[in-house]
Design a protein around this ligand. Structure first.
Ligand SMILES: [Zn+2]
Length: 278
């Protein structure tokens, strides 16, 4: 699933390729997925492409912003030769470059604007929409804001890290990697942790996400960046998806919890002691 590092990689890749170029056409192919009735800013130039949490924001010079939510498996990639890929929701044609927005696991009709995967609106409206739904951005949140975001929350850390209103941009892969790096059990509750542990968690959050961005993210299934590269972070994963394999730090066997509901969590019992022992 795309998380902050993959969204950052996509935003940087697109920025490098379309900044300053005009949008020549936009075609929505899946009703209910993209906002079909909107008038895309054909003729406007791309001012910049940025990221907020797991969302890619294409800012145009007419003051509008196209927000693309990457959802479960969304990608923005160069249009391949031949027929459009299956699950193409949106085709964006810029001067000299064409991109498809595909999301194989996004099915059914979604109600815009809250859950549509794309949203086109004045830049301030998109910014407000993001502020109302997203906590501080996980890669650059400072320590006071990070502590504040967790201090008010009850419950275990893993689901809190996945909650975009607490800190924004982290999903299942990086939550596990961050907790492992910090040496904190996924079921530990922030209210029970000493400040030193929360500081470790804050540092680990920034370090893991920055390293993943440098590696162009993690390749899952057929993820590719807008420049056609693949993410390299997969081989750096410490615990995610490594059940039964040895922890690279302490040698213990990585374990998998079928928790939180509908998810799995990988952790090292050697590096991440049970909450009672902390
Ligand atoms: Zn370990």
């Amino acid at each position: 699933m795309p998380e902050l590092p993959e969204a950052e990689t996509i935003a940087r890749g697109l920025d490098g390729q379309v900044r300053g170029r005009r949008l020549l056409a936009a075609r929505c192919l899946r009703k209910g997925i993209c906002e079909r009735k909107v008038r895309y800013p054909v003729g406007a130039r791309v001012a910049s492409v940025r990221r907020r949490a797991k969302k890619v924001l294409i800012h145009f010079d007419d003051g509008t912003t196209l927000l693309v939510s990457l959802g479960m498996s969304g990608q923005v990639r160069p249009r391949p030769a031949g027929p459009l890929p299956k699950h193409t929701h949106l085709l964006l044609t810029f001067e000299g470059a064409e991109f498809v927005y595909v999301d194989p696991r996004r099915l059914g009709r979604l109600a815009p604007p809250r859950e549509a995967t794309t949203m086109l609106a004045p830049a301030e409206e998109v910014a407000r929409w993001c502020e109302e739904r997203l906590g501080p951005d996980a890669v650059d949140v400072g320590w006071p804001a990070f502590r504040e975001a967790l201090a008010r929350r009850r419950g275990a850390l893993k689901p809190l890290l996945l909650n975009q209103r607490v800190v924004a941009g982290i999903g299942n892969i990086y939550a596990d990697e961050i907790l492992h790096r910090a040496g904190i059990h996924p079921r530990a509750r922030p209210a029970d942790l000493p400040e030193a542990a929360l500081r470790r968690l804050h540092r680990a959050t920034r370090t893991v996400l920055r390293r993943a961005i440098r590696a162009n993210g993690t390749t899952f299934r057929d993820y590719v960046t807008p420049t056609g590269a693949r993410g390299d972070f997969g081989k750096l994963l410490a615990v995610y998806g490594r059940e039964g394999e040895r922890c690279r730090r302490c040698g213990a066997a990585v374990e998998r919890l079928r928790w939180p509901p509908g998810r799995s969590t990988w952790y090292c019992p050697g590096c991440q002691p049970e909450p009672e022992e902390i």
